[in-house]
Ligand binder design. Structure first.
Ligand code: SF4
Length: 752
């Protein structure tokens, strides 16, 4: 498909109208009535837009885009409507406990009583059953200082590696993809590449709804330079694909074959860049063992465009055209998100995207880069960089590596041997262990697993069984049903801390207003809780979040994540800084791994690119075969169900659901179904349609639309009345342990 200029302008204007707000957007009061504007970061997605919060008296009254941040003053609708979320009557403002077990009501108590009530089960569990009987489950929405602190308290204080969180559900495959290909996590590219790219390869990402401000930038790039090509590979014909020159609608779960077929074309048509890969690449087999380019070429013989076309449903000519466009453009930028990550072969899919860049040399130049889009606002900075997952330690260190453990033990001032050598439980295993009684107490921070876990009927048993202490801001959160103790946390601009978004950019949210009611900053809650749970307070000698940042920035010094130069004082002045940034005068890094750009590459290094995550400075091209999804459609369950976001809601809608305009735009979930399928099943718009999987069944109103290809149905996951994750299995990628939310088999029928 070639998009005409007229069609493109129509689609991008529609998208812009749907999603964008430029300049001040007042939620209450008037711009001229604002006493001061306080700098911050949007509370929602991984785009990480800068905001300015307007304060009048002691109230936040307005929000607008920060003109000095990457979003150039623009916000999407949900970002521009953050103010009513602060003042919703649904806010939790007092600590609460359940004295009589899970079925008793939550009652308001003092902070002292709530903290002691929560700390005792942790003390008892650790004393009776050892450190692995307690756990922390965190969030890519928590501030960096909160995640760093919790990681330290659990790994060095409780001495358990049972530290995981919702980034396991969204970004773990991207992390493992970067690690296996480049030796270190986090991308080399940045948003600036959008302005220089001449080919966008967007796969497994509905950027227009999940990252609207980035989509705006992509659409603007194409509008200004019509020769720029946009290729979208996605089984759904989303709004993102409507601005594309080519939409490859592949059969769900066949993207590994599609990516290998593109590599096949690139080599067979001699569009590969031998000078580049001879110098910067190692070819490795599926086990990571060295192999040769010739073996790689033979391996790809199985992925001719014709063979791949039969499997993927994408015409062979389109595969050839996409490969040529990618390889021959002056700068190709790949963008991907959950469609690639939330898969049982998500890590392989990440590797295969990297392969395309390494084969063609489309990397390490402005506009030429792989750049995974992050789902949450602080999954990168807060969780990945601080190592707040069960297998990680801060700044790229690994739990399994003795040297790394010792470095952290020395830095944290705890005896050698304190950090356990075995990785802790990943998310699905953690909730299984809670159900079995092996993990007896969990601290849940800033996330809503009773809504967002896969296979909910199974995994919420963990929440029914274990003692649950939870920080939460809103009564609407589904997980509250299972909480034994609830700590009211200060929300967003009621406190301060750093977010790190997709592009290695760290930006500060400053405190604009006082916490509501009896709410407290989460770092305070974590320290008060830990002290009562028996953790030595010497481990957390901080007055506030700024002290924690100071420790974390010092720890990064000399590491491959070096951001020692990003002080709080600089963050107050500047609208985000991209690491590496080793000194206070360094401006931040646009192109990672590139000599003359990345300060961690020596100025006299003989090579222009140095992948310093690996000892030999080279990246891996992997021979990864096609593998099917865990549960493809079959004769009993003949449709594929997939899930995702809608533009107006954020995750489980505990925040966006508080805003009447956003609620009205999407009051409930629905099921999208292709017109051909709808005709066969006699389904009309609005009809009640039941999806029945091997786990559960659920009825949604129908939306008959060509967005879904025949055989595919889609439901958004924001609606707590229709918890679509009950329908999903909980199979995980065996390297990243990320669940496959994107594909399960389902029956579809009209409810009588
Ligand atoms: S694109 Fe994301 S970060 Fe930017 S305003 Fe919208 S929700 Fe917030």
């Amino acid at each position: 498909m070639n998009v005409s200029r007229r069609e493109f302008l129509k689609a991008s204007a529609a998208a812009a109208a749907l999603s964008m707000v430029g300049g001040p957007c007042l939620a209450a009061g008037k711009d001229d009535g604002v006493d001061k504007w306080v700098k911050g970061v949007c509370r929602y997605c991984g785009t990480g837009c800068g905001v300015l919060v307007g304060v009048r008296g002691d109230k936040a009254v307005a929000v607008k885009g920060d003109p000095n941040n990457h979003n150039a003053g623009f916000l999407c609708l949900k970002g521009s409507m953050l103010i009513p979320v602060i003042y919703t009557p649904d806010r939790i403002t007092e600590p609460m406990i359940r004295r009589g077990g899970k079925s008793s009501p939550l009652e308001k108590v003092s902070w002292d009583e709530a903290l002691e009530f929560a700390a005792k089960p942790f003390r008892d569990a650790a004393a009776a059953a050892g450190p692995s009987a307690v756990a922390y489950y965190g969030s890519g929405q928590a501030l960096t200082e909160e995640s760093y602190l919790a990681n330290k308290i659990w790994k060095a204080g409780f001495k358990t590696n049972n530290v995981d969180g919702n980034p396991r559900l969204c970004m773990a495959s991207a992390v493992a993809g970067y690690l296996t290909t480049f030796g270190k996590d986090e991308p080399m590219g940045t948003y600036d590449d959008i302005d220089a790219a001449t080919c966008f390869f967007i796969i497994g990402s509905n950027t227009s709804e999940a990252h609207p401000i980035l989509f705006r930038r992509i659409a603007q790039r194409k509008e200004n330079s019509p020769e720029v090509k946009v290729i979208v590979a996605d089984p759904r014909r989303t709004n993102t694909s409507r601005i594309a020159d080519m939409h490859m609608s592949f059969v769900p779960g066949t993207d590994l074959a599609l990516l290998n077929a593109m590599a096949h074309v690139i080599i067979n048509e001699e569009m590969d860049n031998q000078r580049f890969y001879n110098r910067y690449v190692n070819f490795v087999d599926n086990e990571g063992k060295p192999t040769t380019f010739e073996n790689y070429k033979s391996f790809l013989a199985d992925y001719t465009p014709e063979k791949a076309a039969r499997l993927t449903g994408v015409p062979a000519a389109d595969i050839v055209r996409a490969a040529k466009t990618f390889a021959e453009s002056s700068a190709s930028l790949s963008l991907w998100c959950m469609g690639i990550n939330q898969r049982v072969r998500g890590v392989w899919a990440n590797n295969l995207i990297h392969n395309l860049h390494l084969l063609t040399g489309q990397i390490g130049r402005p506009g030429a880069s792989p750049l995974s889009l992050t789902g949450q606002p602080n999954a990168c900075g807060g969780v990945r960089d601080t190592g707040s997952l069960s297998h990680l330690l801060p700044a790229g260190r690994m739990v399994a590596n003795e040297k790394h453990r010792n470095e952290m033990e020395d830095f944290w001032g705890v005896p050698r041997g304190t950090i356990q050598p075995k990785m802790g439980l990943h998310t699905v295993a953690l909730f299984e262990a809670m159900a079995k009684g092996d993990v007896k107490a969990v601290f849940i921070h800033c996330t809503n697993p009773a809504h967002t876990l896969p296979n909910l009927n199974k995994l919420t048993k963990g929440l029914e069984t274990a003692f649950v202490a939870q920080t939460e801001c809103f009564m609407d959160a589904e997980t509250l049903k299972y909480a034994d103790a609830v700590f009211p946390a200060a929300f967003w601009c009621e406190t301060d801390g750093v977010y790190g978004c997709t592009e290695r950019r760290y930006a500060l949210t400053e405190q604009a207003i006082k916490p509501m009611g009896n709410c407290r900053p989460a770092v305070q809650i974590l320290m008060d809780f830990a002290a009562r749970a028996g953790i030595d307070p010497k481990l957390f000698p901080y007055k506030n979040a700024a002290d924690i940042w100071e420790e974390w920035r010092t720890l990064s010094k000399g590491s491959p994540y070096d951001f020692f130069g990003i002080t709080r004082a600089r963050l107050k002045k500047e609208s985000g800084i991209k690491w590496p940034c080793p000194t206070e005068t360094h401006p931040g890094t646009r192109l990672r791994y590139v000599r003359g750009e990345d300060p961690l590459v020596p100025a006299d290094h003989p090579d222009r690119i140095f992948f310093y995550g690996r000892p030999d400075g080279k990246a891996n091209v992997f021979l990864r075969p096609y593998a099917p999804p865990f549960e493809p459609a079959d004769k009993d369950y003949p449709f594929v169900l997939t899930t995702g976001r809608v533009i107006d809601h954020w995750h489980s809608a505990t925040m966006t659901g508080q805003v009447p305009e956003l609620r009205k735009a999407y009051p409930s979930a629905f099921v999208e179904i292709n017109p051909e399928d709808a005709k066969k099943l006699r389904i009309n718009n609005g009809d009640p349609v039941t999806l029945e999987t091997r786990r559960d069944k659920m009825t949604f109103p129908a939306r008959v639309t060509d967005t879904c290809m025949p055989g595919l149905v889609f439901c958004p996951f924001f609606d707590k009345k229709l918890l679509v994750n009950k329908l999903f299995h909980d199979a995980v990628d065996n390297a990243s342990r990320e669940p496959e939310y994107k594909i399960c088999a389902t029956k579809v029928y009209k409810q009588a």
